[in-house]
Every structure is written in C-alpha cells, then in structure tokens.
Design a protein around this ligand. Structure first.
Ligand code: M6R
Length: 636
C-alpha cells in the first residue's frame, strides 16, 4: 500500500506534491520520491529512503521547479526499502518516469524477456519492469505514450495504480488503475488536475473528483477536458462527483477510526496475502469408457500453494526436527494457531514461546530447529533478541512480518511477508488474520512437500482458504448487530472468553483486544479449564464470550456453555450459521459462515475485534491510541 500524488497546471507542483505526500504517509513511509518536469523539459527524479521529511531535506539543494509532477510514498512489496527501489522509476532512456501502487505479479517473466532484449534494470522492483515495458513498446512499435501504456497494461497481471510522465510530452500526466485506488481532482475550468491514492491530497484545492474504475486510463492535460479511456482504447465518460468529506475522514477511508477501517480491510488484505501464493491449474485426464477404452479428455481445476521461501530453503525447512515460534502479543496468538496447523499437517513438533521469556532463559535450541519469528512491525525488541539468540545456537530463522525491510525481516534467513499494508491502529487486527493465513500457507506447502498432508485435505483447505475473504465480508455485515450488543455490555467490569482447539487462541485474542482498547479486564481461557478455577467467577454480572463453531469440539463446548448458564452467567456465543442448539441457551448469538475447522479463527476473530471496538467507542476511549501502549514495542 503506497501513496500516489500528482499535479499538472499553472502552479509550482513541488509544494503541492510534498503536502500531498504528507497526507498520504499513513499508507506507507519507508521511502519517498518525486518527479518534476521543469521549463526546459528536463525530467528530474529525486528519491530517498525514509519519510517525506527526509525527501524534503534531500531536495533542499535540487532543482524542484516545474508545474508538472508526480510523487510517491512507498510501502515496500518487491525489493527492500532503499533509495534505488524508491519511486519514481525512470525508464532505460530516462525519458519516462513512473510511480506505482500495487503488485505486478508476472513481473519476473516480463523482466526476463526485457533483459533478453538488452534492457537494463537499476532496482529490484516490479514497478521498474512496468515502465521499461512501456518504453520498450513505445520504441519498438513507434506508438505514442498512451498506446504504449494500453498495450503494456494488457500484458500485466496484478494490481496497479500508476502515474507516468514523459519528457517528450511534457504537458501531460497519464494515470491508470486496476484494483488499487486512484482519484483525480479537477481544478477550475479543467485548468489543472490533481491526483491521489485517496482524496486527501486533493480536497484542499477542489471538491470535483473522478474515481477511476479498473482498467481505466486518464490523460490529464491542462486546459483540456479530462480524457478517460480503457486499456482497449474505448472512450469513457468520466463520472465527476462532488466530495463532501473532511481530511481525517478521507485518510481513514470514511471510517471514524483506523482500527475499524483495518477490520473492514481484512477481506482485501487476505486476497493480497494469498495473491500469487494460492494458484490454480487445470488438470486434464482422459476418462476410461468401459474400463479399457480411452474416452474423451476431461479437465478439472486443482488449487495449490507456492511459497518461494520453501522453494529456496527446502532442505532446512523440511528437515526441521522441531519448530519454535517466537512472538509477542497478538502475533503470539497467531503462533498458537500456527502450531496446530503445522503439527497437524506437517507432523513436526512445535513450541510457541513468548519472545520475552525465551530470550532470558537458556533454551535448548539446535541447528536442526527452525525458529519462526512472527511480528507485524518487524521491530519488536524481544522478538528480535529471541532471533539473535536462536541464531547463535545455530537454528534456521524464518520470519513472518508485515513491515518490509524491517529489522526482524532482515535478521531472518528467509520468510514470508503477510502483505496486509500498514497497520496504524495500535490494536492489531488485519495483521493477525494475515499471520494466520501465512501460517496456513506454510503448513500446506511444507505438508505437501513432506507428504504429511493428504491430497484431499490439501485441496480442500486451499480451496476454502481462497473463499475466506468472501466469507469475511459476510461476517462484517454483523457490524451493526455487534454495535447494538456492545451497548449492553459497556459497563461490565470483567469478561471471560472461552474456546477449545483452534478457538482457544481466538479467545485469547478477543480478550486482549477488549483489554487494550476498552480497559475492561478480560481473560481468555481454554473452555475445559474453566472448571479448574475460573468457574468461581461466574455470576449474572459476568459476560462470557464462547467461541463454539460446529467442529470436533462442539459437544464439549456445548457442555461448558451449560455449566455457565447453570451459574447464571451471560453467554455471548459465536456459532456456525444454522446452529439451533446453542442458539436456544445462549443470551446472545453471533452466526458465522461455515468453513473448515483450521480456518475458523479467520472468521471468528472478526466479531471479537468488532465487539472490543464498539465497547471502547461506547466508553469514549481513544481506540487508535490506547493509553500506555505503543504500536511497536522497541524496548525490552
Ligand atoms: O509488531 P509485533 O507483531 O511484533 O507486535 C507484537 C505486540 O506488541 C502486538 O501484537 C500487541 O500485542 C498489539 N497491541 C495487540 O493488539
């Protein structure tokens, strides 16, 4: 998730671009850059690692004149955060410069073809591949920029929002999008145009905007009406809308808090997380007609998981005698779910350790162990220290991080990014479901290679995992119901969260969410452990959230609910849609779509995030920045 801003008109572009970048910095902040065309038609690109303030410093002695420009703040996906990988990217001849948000999935193949044709690359990014492809088409086919962009975009697979400058056509910005947002602001009398990943860099100047649709390309030339065509050159009528939102609302995508926005982003985040990793292929088989004769060809689709980390480090990972997961907080809860998946489908014993405990005892770690470090920020001091300790003891280190190029990502031997975009709310939400998804992909990929997961399970889990984003959308429709429910429980002083099997870590995560943002004491417990102590707490003032999907543990959890009801407890039950038994005894019921047992946490966590969020809002708490907490804990 990166930030894009652009300007073309009569004003100096640089101050508008910098201001816009600052407003978009919440989308990514590992590097930033700007491209400007000055009066002599020079195309100047300046970029640097770091924040927008670093870019300003970097540009302080440069030629920043020009009334046409594009700028970018980056959240790395391909290639570590560095000045070279920062956007804009020049084409080979430096006639073109591009900025991009999204992922070009087939960039490796395109890059290989272009290298074979003699082109050279400066960065590791997929974005540079796109600008090189556009230039290659422009030069070899002798077509104008717009046609080259259309031909190039017809070749690429993936997501993009791009803006492009060509110094030979200096009075023009070309922008296009597919699956990544892009908004165009129309200045007075079309004399000037603004561009943004969202409207936040635009609303100061105009309230007239056009939201580009997928595969649409906009051509902005000052003094001319906005031209919109699609990638097949069909002319389209731009739908100009008037926006009525303030800045804060826009950065938060219209949501009142980043936390709620991030909860709602989860279906999209999981798609990004699985993109290029969950693949389908058509398998052709010939049917036998009477047991002997060959019949007609038949085809069916098979799903599979591809993780480059497994391909590159096969030996170390497949030969692991033991896996040790180290993490903190929410990431540790994801690790508990990962343990169950890895043990079930890979038959490797897994220990899950609090990084802060692991680092201070002298744990038994050998060179046959694989240590999986899970961290959203990639900067958690305890997790980093745990990695260093395990490394010294010879273990192979696998990272599961969100922040690209973070300290933990760099300290590991290999790993998988969760690709859910920047998480701003202190309470981790989309990172948790991203981490669980990657752990599931890892368990499937390793299990398949080791032959410890059956073909049936492998196919079924991969297919159902792919369907999770759609099911998450169903769960998110419960938002209003959960908001109503929350009002009833705002004044509770304690909460208990119970679950078994895969639902136990969900209970822990639900309790943590409530604690950290509403300041209500909450405990997560394995449901069966209740009778060994916590049952003494239960009375009519104690709300008990029970995660009770229809899985192998169902009957057992049902008994636990009955035990609570017998003591006057108030039960909020999360059940599988269509459950008639628990619905009759629980006080409140939240229905979840059916999925496989190992994937239930991906759905069940969402209502608990929403419950914590709405309770905290009802109590008037600062949801995005709860007291005493920091987004990344870089101290011991
Ligand atoms: O960035 P990390 O995943 O390493 O952070 C770990 C914890 O600090 C973090 O999950 C924390 O518990 C969250 N505030 C939970 O919402």
């Amino acid at each position: 998730m990166c930030g894009i801003v652009g300007y073309i008109g009569k004003r100096e572009a640089y101050p508008i671009l910098i201001k816009g970048l600052k407003r978009l910095e919440y989308r990514g902040y590992d590097s930033a850059g700007v491209a400007l065309i000055n009066k002599r038609d020079d195309l100047n690109v300046y970029k640097t690692k770091g924040k927008v303030a670093d870019l300003e410093n970097f540009c302080s002695d440069k030629d920043i004149t020009g009334t046409v420009g594009i700028a970018h703040t980056r959240w790395a996906t391909h290639g570590e955060p560095s000045s070279v990988n920062a956007h804009p990217h020049y084409s080979e001849s430096k006639n073109l410069a591009i900025i991009h948000n999204g992922i070009i999935e087939n960039y490796a193949q395109i890059k290989k073809n272009l290298i074979n044709k003699g082109m050279h690359f400066r960065s590791d990014t997929d974005t540079e591949v796109l600008v090189q492809l556009i230039e290659y088409i422009q030069v070899t086919r002798k077509v104008p920029l717009l046609s080259a962009v259309q031909m190039a975009l017809r070749q690429v697979i993936g997501a993009y929002a791009i803006a492009l400058l060509d110094k030979r056509e200096p009075n023009q910005i070309i922008a296009a999008r597919k699956a990544s947002p892009l908004v165009i602001g129309i200045g007075k009398d079309s004399g000037e145009f603004f561009l943004g990943s969202d409207a936040s860099p635009i609303i100061e100047y105009t309230d007239q905007v056009v939201y580009l649709d997928d595969e649409n390309i906009a051509v902005m030339r000052p003094g001319e009406p906005l031209k919109v065509v699609d990638i097949h050159n069909i002319a389209l009528n731009p739908d100009v809308q008037t926006i009525d939102m303030n800045l804060g609302q826009i950065e938060k995508g219209g949501f009142p808090h980043f936390m709620l926005k991030e909860i709602f982003e989860q279906p999209e985040c999981l798609k990004n997380c699985m993109r290029g990793r969950v693949v389908s292929r058509t398998v052709e088989t010939r049917a036998m007609t009477d047991g002997k004769k060959e019949g007609p060809m038949q085809s069916h689709t098979e799903m599979g998981v591809v993780l480059s980390s497994i391909v590159d480090h096969r030996q170390q990972i497949l030969n692991a005698h033991r896996i040790i997961i180290v993490a903190c907080g929410t990431s540790w809860h994801a690790g508990l779910i990962g343990k169950q998946m890895l043990e079930t489908y890979c038959r490797i014993p897994v220990d899950v350790e609090y990084a802060s405990e692991f680092r201070y005892r002298n744990p038994v770690v050998t060179k046959d162990d694989v240590v999986i470090a899970i961290s959203q920020s990639g900067e958690t001091a305890d997790t980093l220290a745990a990695i260093k300790l395990a490394k010294e003891k010879g273990a192979f280190i696998y990272g599961i991080c969100n922040a690209i190029g973070s300290s933990i990502a760099r300290a590991t031997d290999t790993g998988t990014y969760i690709h859910v975009g920047p998480e701003i709310g202190v309470a981790s939400t989309k990172a948790f479901t991203g981490q669980v998804t990657v752990l599931c992909l890892l368990a499937l990929a390793v299990g398949k290679e080791k032959g410890t997961v059956s073909d049936k399970d492998y196919q079924e889990i991969t297919t159902q995992l792919w369907d999770i984003p759609e099911k998450m959308k169903e769960v998110l429709k419960l938002n209003n119901k959960i908001a109503d429910l929350s009002r009833t429980f705002t004044y509770a002083r304690n909460f208990l969260y119970l679950g078994r099997g895969y639902s136990y870590p969900v209970a822990l995560e639900g309790a943590l969410k409530l604690k950290e943002i509403s300041y209500i004491h909450a405990e997560g417990y394995p449901a069966a452990e209740m009778k060994h102590g916590p049952i003494a707490l239960i009375d009519s003032d104690m709300p008990v959230v029970v995660i009770a999907p229809h899985d192998a543990m169902y009957e057992k959890v049902l008994s636990n609910i009955q035990e609570i009801k017998a003591r006057d407890g108030r039960v909020i039950a999360l059940v599988t849609k269509g459950d008639e038994t628990i619905s009759k005894i629980a006080d409140e019921v939240i229905e979840l779509p059916k999925t496989l047992e190992c994937l239930e946490p991906l759905l069940a966590t969402i209502p608990l995030q929403l419950l914590a969020y709405h309770v905290a809002v009802c109590k008037g708490k600062n949801v995005d920045q709860p007291r005493n907490l920091a987004k990344s804990v870089t101290v011991e």
